[in-house]
Design a protein around this ligand. Structure first.
Ligand SMILES: Nc1ncnc2c1ncn2[C@@H]1O[C@H](COP(=O)(O)OP(=O)(O)O)[C@@H](O)[C@H]1O
Ligand SMILES: [Mg+2]
Length: 188
């Protein structure tokens, strides 16, 4: 299972909880660092470009012992998995979390916009239809974690995994989300 979503939605935190529940988890960013699969680092934008092909091979060869098992990252939807779970978070809550992380406004703007339009979800669906993976994900579901505690979010994700059914998310027609994103337009 791929756990993807905009930075700050809570992927790593919920996957740590899954590890405590004895599910196997691959934190792709950690693996990328350990494998030396980081191709370049853009200091100014504070982003790393990872070798997606090398990570795909790693995931393809991975033999997890638990079912389900999870790979986690904001590019996990590019990995060969049976299912993609896209975590979604209301832009207002995402703004608070990214501020807490100390992100500069330009980086908050970039990520808020990505969440607003649903970049990870769009890419996950696109990758699947293009069949550009060794083994494309069979399904893409979204889970709205807004206002959920960690335990509630973990439960909702496991439910989505078990029933292959998630939430409809549309921040584009949510007025508070629009206002939040608009406040950051000057930083784009
Ligand atoms: N369910 C939750 N409720 C409140 N805060 C959360 C929740 N899940 C994660 N967070 C907080 O949000 C921030 C981002 O979480 P993190 O797991 O690092 O996101 P990601 O891995 O998607 O970038 C962290 O400060 C984390 O403590
Ligand atoms: Mg993370």
């Amino acid at each position: 299972m791929a756990i993807t979503g905009t930075p700050g939605v809570g992927k790593t935190t919920v996957c740590r909880a899954f590890r405590e529940l004895e599910f196997d988890v691959v934190h792709l960013n950690r693996v990328a660092r350990e494998m030396g699969a980081i191709l370049e680092e853009d200091e100014q934008r504070q982003v790393k470009v990872v070798d997606v092909h090398a990570l795909r091979r790693y995931v393809e060869e991975w033999e997890p012992e638990s079912d389900p098992a999870f790979v986690e990252s904001h590019y996990a939807h590019l990995m060969p998995t049976d299912l993609v779970v896209v975590l979604r978070l209301h832009p207002s809550e995402l703004e608070r979390r990214l501020k807490d992380r100390g992100y500069p406004p330009e980086k908050i703007a970039e990520n808020l916009e990505a969440e607003f339009v649903g970049v990870c979800y769009g890419e996950a669906v696109e990758v699947r239809s293009e069949g550009c993976l060794i083994r494309p994900p069979e399904d893409v579901v979204q889970v709205d974690v807004t206002g959920l505690s960690l335990a509630e979010a973990a439960d909702r994700i496991l439910e989505a995994v078990n029933y292959r059914r998630g939430d409809d998310v549309d921040w584009l027609s949510d007025e508070e989300a629009q206002r939040t994103v608009e406040r950051y337009l000057k930083y784009r």
